[in-house]
Design a protein around this ligand. Sequence first.
Ligand code: GLA
Length: 437
Amino acid sequence: MALFIKLFLALTLVSFVRGLENGLALTPPMGWLAWERFRCNTDCKNDPDNCISDRLFRTMTDLLVSEGYAAAGYEYINVDDCWLEKERDSYGQLVPDRSRFPYGMRHLADYVHSKGLKFGIYEDYGNFTCAGYPGVIGHLETDAATFASWDVDYVKLDGCYALPQDMDVGYPAFGRHLNGTGRAMVYSCSWPVYQIYAGMQPNFTSIIQHCNLWRNFDDIQDSWASVESIIDYYGNHQDVIVPNAGPGHWNDPDMLIIGNFGLSYEQSKTQMAIWAILAAPLLMSVDLRTIRPEYKAILLNRKIIAVDQDPLGIQGRRIYKHRGIEIWSRPITPVYQTYYSYAVAFVNRRTDGTPSDVAVTLRELGLTNPTGYRVEDLYEDVDYGVLSPQTKIKVKVNPSGVVILRADAQPAYQYRGSTGRTPYEPLNEVYRLVSKK
Ligand code: GLA
């Protein structure tokens, strides 16, 4: 075999070996996760509708399908903390709370699967989960086997009550046990965030190899201040964070809290847009029984979901920040010659109560394809047509709101001969805002 071919094969192999070899999460996982909205409510006696119980997860499973979330791509129903009995059984196995999960986890997983969805569970690498239930340490192999026997599809492994120094060994070990079961399970890690809290520098090369997603920063809370702090963290640390994302391995800025109590409509749009730019897992934590239609529409915005799920899996960056205005941009498909398409989000962090104008040429945004970009707004039904790099676009961004555009790189005009029309020449066109309505 020619040396060149050998070299090519070796390089290809290297690029395949990067990342957990379970073949999962080639785009960021999407689904529903109990924690932010339902917390550790175990009081089924007084609050049967909202406690962490078999019933809650079956209800959310039904709604994920009947309300159109599953059709839009949300596929995981994920249990978080507080599902366990406080003690393992006499064989050392984990036991779901007997009164709140009376049929066991396999039965619940079967139900979720019967609706065409996937089932996720929560555990913790340490002695206890964050809420004080038994952790996996000392039982790694048993617990991985238990999850496989319950037909679990996704495991979130938290890091409370563990030594951050042990995680470089412990997280990969549990991941190997998961893989060793022969059942493919998405592996969500909290490994870097606990190490960062402890002042350590996480080994992201190893984290990428062993986890499908991982948390870098604080738990999201039901407030705009919390969402802002996450946006700032990801912007301020992007040089370290962004290169770690790619198909099969994602940064997790935590759940979507859209539809709860803390975010305004504008702020909810901003969370969705920035999470898509960040190539974030889209895990809704919201009561799907009571969510208002306008918030539901944000979560179901297929154009923004398509940005999040772009197959290239390149995480976006904050490319501009000045006087409360930020511009975030993410390379996406289609790629024409050497030119990416882009999703571009303009965020207004100002609190003066009137929209701010932002005007910028595509070239200033780094969009330089000489044959132009087809630009559309992903929330408003506005099509800007095909714009050349020197076109200046102007958007109005509401306080704590966002405008998100998609700019698809256009191929060169191909003259088709006999139409009699003047060949399209993007550089000479005068572009006007065209509303589709
Ligand atoms: C930690 C995690 C949260 C949640 C809770 C549960 O704080 O970061 O996402 O899982 O534990 O106790």
